[in-house]
Design a protein around this ligand. Structure first.
Ligand SMILES: [Zn+2]
Length: 511
């Protein structure tokens, strides 16, 4: 046998307990052919000496938004005055919608309103997305097209969706461009696979033809598409199939190949912490606001059950503990009606989990898909709005693992920084960017954090048989780092030297 490529001089942390370290990796036909003595004596078309660099399985971001992230909107992140925001938006090129992103209502001197935006809009519709994705500010041109909504411009959840729907769809060409922009960015951060969290409909969708954009884009990273549950519709299947609603053609989780496949069915059960719409069992500290569920419980439960029956893995967005309760109850009910072994349903975010909910998550085999970087960026604010008793329950790590729950790492990019090493650093140190300790008892070891971003996220995407560790027979997705995260003082700053997808370097800055 002749290898395609032999990597020597590696310090590989394989994430495979059967063989945790390796110095030589043999690659053939896009797969790991063998390690160390299995491949040392084999000839290879090419050999690369990595000079002692650290090699890990490629990072898998189990929840991200590639199209949204790559969108060319006017970025107002970091602006702290209304005057500054209006300055940036004035004179936007083009003639159609003026779109901005990165608005943070907590950071500005006063709330942005429709009247403010009217001053710079020149009669054009204006849509300013807040950075959580769960709220926006629009101008009066947009409000006039939304009869029945009484607002000074600030819209959340369903009202926001109504405004968003006026702008949609984006063209397939536009989406393809956005996807390539994001793929370049994530490869430079060591990510080899992304799960796109909700295409086709709903808050963050771009077009009803979104899957076509992914198919046309032929991205240099692996992508798994979560499909919005809003596209489930009644189908005239044989009653013996027991499927009331499905996606066209009966497509469901697992369809596709190793580069592009269908992942979970995405459902939304509440909002977010930034917009104070995550559904809590007790109010946000100092208020009587308990957030909100995204829809009537009956219709959300019906979507869970129909999706489960149609063969989907479910990815249920639930941030507040009240939404987590709802998600767990609905999954339990679906499993009671039709038991499915290893359905492996996921809870996206799983942001606030009461101690008593941990055992239930474990018992139902639900996978929390967490975003550690939320707490690095927004942990000071989240801790304030939860209060002292609940702050340690935010975006848990240690207690999930201690309950035997698989933790999957993800970013929710562009809501927060997408770099996996930043998230891994946070999981280990539990420090916000403001220096505050956030639930320090939830800290995990470096190995455990790395596992969450490799094998853990592969498991959440049902790909652990082919991805997530450097194991002979698995797909050859690797990241080469400039330092060992286990001994580094600043994991977030470790340089990503190269990223390999399917046996070839898709990003290479230093080899
Ligand atoms: Zn998301």
């Amino acid at each position: 046998m002749r290898l395609d490529l032999k990597l020597t001089g590696c310090r590989a942390l394989t994430m495979d307990p059967a063989r945790p370290a390796a110095h030589t990796i043999g690659l053939w036909q896009g797969r790991i052919a063998g390690l160390d003595e299995q491949v040392e004596d084999l000839p290879a078309a090419e050999t690369a000496d990595l000079g002692g660099a650290v090699v890990l399985p490629g990072f898998i971001d189990a929840h991200t938004h590639l199209a949204w992230n790559g969108r060319r909107t006017t970025d107002i992140a970091g602006l702290t005055t209304i005057a500054g925001i209006l300055d940036r938006l004035a004179g936007a090129p083009g003639t159609g919608w003026i779109e901005a992103s990165g608005y943070d209502p907590r950071a500005v001197d006063r709330p942005l309103t429709a009247a403010d935006l009217d001053r710079i809009s020149d009669g054009r519709p204006v849509y300013v997305a807040d950075l959580s994705g769960h709220a926006c500010v629009v101008n009066s041109v947009v409000l006039r097209q939304l009869p029945g909504i009484d607002s000074d411009g600030w819209l959340t959840e369903n009202e926001q969706l109504a405004a968003r729907t006026l702008r949609l769809p984006y063209s397939v060409d536009e989406i393809v461009e956005e996807l390539h922009e994001s793929a370049r960015q994530v490869l430079a951060e060591g990510v080899t696979m992304c799960a796109e969290a909700g295409i086709g409909a709903g808050l963050i969708a771009s077009s009803p033809l979104e899957a076509a954009a992914y198919q046309r884009a032929r991205l240099p990273i692996r992508v798994q598409l979560m499909v919005s549950a809003h596209v489930l519709h009644p189908v005239a299947a044989d009653p013996a199939d027991g499927i009331a609603r499905a996606v066209d053609l009966g497509l469901h989780t697992g369809f596709g190949d190793d580069m592009l496949s269908l992942g979970a069915l995405k459902l939304w059960t509440d909002g977010g912490m930034i917009a104070r719409t995550a559904a809590l069992s007790e109010p946000y500290a100092g208020t009587d606001n308990r957030g909100q569920l995204a829809d009537f419980e009956e219709s959300m439960r019906a979507a869970v059950i129909d999706g489960h029956n149609a063969g989907w893995q479910l990815a249920i967005h639930a941030i507040g503990d009240r939404a987590v309760d709802f998600a767990l109850d609905a999954v339990a009910e679906a499993q009671r009606q039709r038991p499915r072994a290893d359905a492996r349903h996921r809870i996206e975010h799983c942001g606030l989990v009461r101690p008593a909910q941990l055992a239930r998550i474990a018992e139902l085999g639900v996978v929390p898909v967490v975003q550690p970087t939320f707490l690095h960026a927004y942990g000071d604010d989240y801790s304030e709005i939860m209060g002292e008793r609940r702050a340690p329950w935010l975006y848990r790590g240690r207690s999930f693992l201690d309950h035997g729950i698989t933790v999957a790492g993800s970013s929710d990019r562009p809501v927060a920084d997408g770099a996996p090493l930043r998230a891994i650093e946070f999981m280990v140190r539990r420090r916000s960017c403001g220096g505050r300790a956030i639930g320090p008892d939830e800290a995990v070891t470096v190995e455990e954090a790395l596992r969450a971003y490799t094998l853990g996220s592969a498991y959440a995407c049902r790909k652990e048989d082919v991805l997530g560790s450097i194991t002979p027979g698995k797909l050859a997705d690797l990241v080469v780092l400039g330092d060992d995260p286990r001994t580094s003082d600043d994991i977030a700053q470790i340089p990503v030297l190269a990223t390999m997808v399917n046996g070839t370097f898709a990003h290479n800055s230093a080899l």
